[in-house]
Write a protein that binds this ligand. Structure first.
Ligand SMILES: [Cu+2]
Length: 122
């Protein structure tokens, strides 16, 4: 009977770690562009999104519906947004849900100057 707690502890110790995505997608923010403009992901397949701000000024990657529908979001996402100060990088892992989502930079007038993208998950 004293073995049961030990067995339980052993099961906990061998619980699988969160899935490490096999796929990485690089997304670059610059003055004033998000590249690629169409981000193609596979529904239900874990992915690592690597954001790079290649400019000296701040940008953000804002896609609230995309992040809200994804599962297992791990990384610096707040209110559907990844904020990147100049020359910053950020990594977000998640499992995307099927759909088409809009992304943009919400800094003043940046979307108007070209900082928007479409995320297609199928
Ligand atoms: Cu911007």
């Amino acid at each position: 009977m004293f073995r049961a707690p030990l067995l339980f502890a052993a099961l906990l110790a061998t619980a699988p770690a969160p899935a490490q995505p096999a796929t990485s997608v690089a997304i670059t923010l610059s003055n004033f562009n998000i590249a690629p403009a169409t981000i193609h992901l596979v529904a239900g397949q874990p992915v690592r999104l690597v954001f790079t701000n290649s400019s000296g000024g701040g940008h953000d990657f804002t896609a609230p519906n995309f992040f809200a529908h994804a599962s297992g979001v791990n990384g610096p996402v707040a209110h559907g947004e990844v904020e990147l100060v100049g020359h910053a990088t950020a990594t977000v892992t998640l499992t995307p849900a099927r759909g088409t989502y809009k992304a943009k930079c919400t800094h003043f007038a940046h979307k108007m100057m070209g900082m928007s993208a479409t995320i297609i998950v199928d």
